[in-house]
Design a protein around this ligand. Sequence first.
Ligand code: DGL
Length: 259
Amino acid sequence: MRIGIFDSGVGGLTVLREIHEALPQVDIVYIGDTARVPYGNKSKETIVRYSVELSNFLLGRGADVIVVACNTASSYSLEILEDRLSVPVMGVIEPGVRAALKLTKNRKVGVIGTLSTVNSNVYQKLLKKQGVDVVAKACPLFVPLVEEGLLKGKVAESVIEHYLSNLKSSGIDTLILGCTHYPLLKGLIGNFLEGVSVVDSASVIAQDLKDCIGNHGGRGELEIFFTDISPNLKELVRLIVGKDVGFQLADLEAIKTST
Ligand code: DGL
């Protein structure tokens, strides 16, 4: 069993980490599209094209299941990937909603994500269907903060304050981190929104996979690719995965012609 995971950059490694911890014997192949990040301010057509290209890359590396570890890509591409691919596809949105529904007591939930995710209304629709009040907010500067490794300190704190001040006074008791980069800012966000439960979908997805594939063997191999390798990438990967792991450059030109 080989799990394929993709994201626009390093954020999806938060999902890889949870899956690797829950299923240490399963092989994982990951691709982060660091050359083309961010996806969150791109058009639907572009996000879908990139998602199909990255999925094909993962299938070419033997993936038996694809995890779309990017909320932006999940918002726009999930159904198309489910239609086109011959392997199971899992997104990050429905698991995040499930986690929030379990925690909220006053049925007032906040969602933060990229501009595209928030504009797609996917979270809002799913939550409203369950009779939950939703306050959604796009936080476009959070992804560059994470990609720059600015996970604490004054800059991160003031960006958080800038985006989340209104949420703080909105009465929500639960906040969904609707972007796989955001768990890296979870501590700071939690401090700022004192008393609010902050959830992300990574652990729910890991549990779903565990329920589905059980202890299907493998050697616990991690194969990690990026479409661009910047000087600070090694440090960032170590920070997110929690240990030193190797990674390789994927040939973006070959990926682009794979559709
Ligand atoms: N990690 C991606 C997500 O979960 C978004 C980052 C981006 O804008 O590319 O939405």
